[in-house]
Design a protein around this ligand. Structure first.
Ligand code: SF4
Length: 335
């Protein structure tokens, strides 16, 4: 039985086909040199049960979006503008206590680097019990043992793992524990921020398979953050491509890989190794821009092989150029 919120939050839900909707999100980090525009006007929506991936280079704003969805941005970072609605509830307007109740119960995080997310001096069972207690869903004695066994088995771990400390587990096991915690209250949305960082390739695939299986069993939506286009292509249904704090393209995986529209996406895909390994790998010339002083117009223009005059002055708005396929690029503007 999924954990339920109090009636005060339920009553603020409105009918909405998307379980999560992000509109015009802007997140800045204040620095002595000025604001770093880590996320600059990002909008997207995710349907119940959907697997949506966000890809991009380091510093493109992916992880800042992940933290914003859970209201976990810490100073000097701040959400400057925008809206994040979960099942019709505006998360950015909740009180801290209301948001604490929503976190884990309705939207949960599988954070980067499992070791940093687990308490090194508490056994796994204590850490899972704490999460339940904090949300008024504590189980005692036998009921908790049964719950724990089922939860661990769901992510492919034996029951004995509950009695272990994090340092006794391998990297893959720790990441499975993090997934178990993230699903312990059966949330509607799971945000997985680079869930396979620092794992070897075989374990990466196992962890991704586990995440995929449990979200499908729960019917939860997943927002998976990463930089590995290949891994992403096999684990999500729709991909959004981030560049310099902006979402520059989004489409179903198949459409994005078959016919990418944005030049940055085209170059990202061209930089992937082919199976036969005969083609020379292509890099992307130049470096990502400073988010302190991003270039005027399209932020990709200093690196873009198709740059035009208008690109240097005007940011193209994201438009639906094919059904379900959005891109922000002047190449496809008709007038
Ligand atoms: Fe290149 Fe211009 Fe498109 Fe930006 S808007 S990606 S610079 S063509």
């Amino acid at each position: 039985m999924p954990y339920r919120l109090g009636a005060d939050l339920e009553v603020r839900c409105v009918s909405e086909p998307n379980v999560l909707r992000v509109e015009g999100l802007r997140v800045h980090y204040q620095t002595p040199a000025g604001p770093v525009k880590a996320v600059d006007g990002v909008s997207f929506a995710v349907q119940p049960g959907e697997r949506f991936g966000l890809v991009g280079e380091s510093g493109s704003g992916k992880s800042t979006i992940a933290l914003s969805l859970l209201r976990m941005i810490k100073p000097p970072g701040r959400v400057e503008d925008g809206s994040v609605t979960l099942d019709g509830v505006e998360l950015l307007e909740l009180t801290d206590e209301e948001m604490r109740r929503v976190r884990l119960a309705r939207i949960s995080l599988v954070a980067q680097g499992a070791m940093n997310s687990l308490n090194p001096v508490k056994r796994i069972r204590e850490q899972i019990a704490l999460g339940l207690r904090e949300h008024g869903a504590a189980r005692e004695g036998r009921a908790f043992d049964t719950f724990l066994t089922e939860l661990l088995e769901r992510v492919g771990l034996r029951r004995g793992v509950g009695d272990m400390f994090p340092h006794e587990l391998s990297g893959g096991m720790k990441q499975r524990v993090c997934i178990a915690m993230a699903i312990s209250l059966e949330p509607q949305v799971i945000v997985a921020d680079e869930p396979t960082t620092a794992l070897d390739v075989v374990v990466q695939w196992q962890v991704i398979d586990t995440l995929r299986r449990v979200q499908s069993e729960l019917g939860a939506a997943v927002i998976q953050i990463g930089h590995d286009m290949g891994l992403m292509a096999h684990s999500v249904e729709r991909i959004g491509v981030m560049y310099a704090g902006k979402l520059v393209e989004s489409a179903a995986v198949r459409d994005l890989f078959r016919a990418p529209l944005h030049p940055y996406t085209q170059l990202l895909i061209a930089s992937l190794p082919s199976l036969d390994g005969k083609e020379r790998l292509q890099g992307i010339a130049g470096s990502p821009p400073s988010l302190l002083n991003p270039p005027a117009g399209c932020p990709f223009h200093p690196r873009c092989p198709f740059v035009m005059d208008v690109c240097r002055t005007t940011m193209p708005p994201p438009r639906e150029h094919r059904p379900g396929h959005f891109a922000a690029c002047h190449l496809y503007e008709t007038s």
